[in-house]
Write a protein that binds this ligand. Structure first.
Ligand SMILES: Cc1cc2nc3c(=O)[nH]c(=O)nc-3n(C[C@H](O)[C@H](O)[C@H](O)COP(=O)(O)OP(=O)(O)OC[C@H]3O[C@@H](n4cnc5c(N)ncnc54)[C@H](O)[C@@H]3O)c2cc1C
Length: 461
């Protein structure tokens, strides 16, 4: 792991706001980058020191060779490892959870202990419950005191996840499956009750050429790991000079799938308990301690805890740090860009506050906020958002919307519910099927009142 590479990469990418994406999709939807459209109006971000309410730190569990997802015997028990998700543990949980459940099914047992109550632990526990397992979670800390609660947390399935030279075909296959399943699952959870939502993300830059999406920490980028349809930055729309309020020539807008960690993790805990799960607060110091559990199958979702518990010295913490300002419910977009003085500013609005800045500091085990980083992040936000054009008086704010092209409904189903007749067919065929079904309405559908047409993702919003 190269610490200089980690810290030296552009701050936008580090913060999950990478200008990345795919060149093939970088053309502006609906016109060239030079024709002027009515400017969009975005609510101003009131970035100032007196609005800072807290700074949080979390340690991402990174391994150069990527997450561990495998089963192995431990005396008479089976341990299924599921840890080391680096900056992607909020993004990949549901898919890894399906593979955990399949490994558990192979044991023929029905009682499982999941160790860890962050995103990987809770999603694995839910996938097990969905397959009829009797599940207990054991953890030394539960939400809101987990790394997962300290996450930003967007759908960023590749962030600092794996080094290209350490990948194997078997790992790649697990990763792709995890990303596909998780992306579909999170789309289905979009609601206030789960804290999952779509939001417009703006990257303000003088050069709108797409960079490398994802990656970070010297790790593989989106283009290395993900097919086009899974890349978070694929729906890029370039706003030209005068069309956006940022202090740069261009702004690149992409719809981003995002999670509010505190709402999401509490909702997962609630669901887990509602479906008969138990949570026991307990710390394990060695694998021997696990032998005192009565469950024959143990799922290890301890993240960095595996450094000590399973002596995995490949694990490296990548310290992250976020500073939070007083919430602004009217701000409903993410933004990031370089300030005139060359600093990187990022902003992510949540109901629990306006989150600014980020950090990727590998090898740093400290859970103490770094004051220098805090100063830099807040100052950059003050400079960048202070230079934003104010909206025209009386103008309606531009609202975020989900991507205009929604995935085919069949792609939402994972292995359990997928119709086997569809499983082997190619996704394009499935999209065609959906379109055909859409045009042939049932009598019931025809008699329903027509929905009010939503304005398109144009500047009318
Ligand atoms: C600043 C920041 C931004 C991030 N942004 C994103 C993002 O945008 N998208 C994304 O997908 N991910 C993001 N992440 C990464 C994500 O938060 C992590 O991948 C994820 O939280 C890792 O979860 P975990 O289960 O490994 O750790 P945790 O959430 O900490 O869970 C580990 C659990 O194991 C328990 N445990 C550990 N050791 C023991 C033990 N010995 N005995 C008993 N229990 C034990 C802990 O108590 C805890 O319950 C971000 C992280 C940070 C810090």
């Amino acid at each position: 792991m190269n610490r200089r590479t980690f810290l030296g990469r552009g701050g936008l990418a580090l913060a999950g706001f990478g200008l990345g994406g795919c060149a093939a999709t970088s053309s502006r939807r609906g016109g060239s980058a030079t024709s002027r459209r009515a400017p969009i109006n975005l609510a101003p971000v009131r970035a100032s020191w007196d609005r800072v309410i807290r700074t949080t730190v979390g340690l991402r569990p990174h391994r150069d060779s990527g997450f561990v997802l495998r089963a192995e015997p431990l005396d008479a028990k089976t341990v299924i490892h599921n840890y080391g998700h680096a900056g992607a543990g909020m993004s990949l949980g549901w898919g890894c959870g399906v593979m955990v459940a399949e490994m558990a099914q192979d044991t023929g047992q029905r009682r499982v202990a999941v160790i860890g109550c962050g995103s990987p632990g809770l999603t694995a526990a839910r996938q097990l419950q969905r397959r009829g397992f009797d599940v207990a979670i054991y953890a030394m800390s539960v939400p809101p005191d987990t790394t997962s609660n300290m996450s930003l947390a967007g759908f960023t399935p590749t962030t600092a996840l794996v080094n290209n030279d350490r990948r194997t075909p078997a790992w790649d296959a697990q990763f792709l499956r995890a990303a596909e399943i998780s992306y579909r699952q999170l789309q289905l959870m979009v609601s206030q009750s789960y804290g999952v939502y779509w939001i417009d993300s703006y990257n303000a830059a003088d050069d709108p050429t797409p960079g490398q999406g994802g990656g970070g920490g010297g790790g593989a980028f989106d283009a290395d790991l993900l097919p086009e349809y899974l890349r978070p930055n694929r729906n890029r729309e370039i706003l030209g000079p005068g069309e956006h309020p940022f202090p740069t020539r261009y702004a690149v807008r992409t719809p981003a799938l995002s999670i509010e960690p505190s709402i999401y993790l509490d909702a997962l805990v609630r669901d887990f308990l509602m479906f008969g799960g138990k949570i026991i607060i307990r710390k394990f110091d060695t694998p021997r301690d696990l032998m005192s559990l009565t469950e024959p199958v143990i799922v290890n979702c301890t993240g960095l805890g595996s450094f000590t518990l399973f002596d995995d010295k490949e694990l490296v913490p990548i310290k992250g740090q976020l500073t939070v300002m007083v919430p602004q419910p009217e701000v409903h977009y993410r933004a990031g860009g370089r300030t005139p003085s060359g600093a990187n500013a990022t902003m992510n609005p949540r109901s629990d506050g306006i989150v600014v800045g980020n950090l990727q500091d590998p090898g740093n085990w400290s859970l103490e906020p770094d004051e220098g980083v805090r100063q830099r992040n807040v100052q950059a936000a003050i400079e960048f958002f202070g230079a934003m054009r104010a909206p025209s008086p009386g103008a309606r704010f531009t609202r975020s919307a989900p991507p205009s092209v929604a995935p085919a409904v069949e792609t939402f189903f994972d292995s359990e519910s997928r119709d086997p007749r569809h499983a082997t067919r190619d996704p394009q065929q499935r999209t065609k099927d959906t379109k055909t079904r859409k045009t042939r309405k049932t009598k019931d559908e025809r008699s329903r009142p027509r929905p009010v047409r939503r304005p398109s993702r144009s500047h009318a919003r």
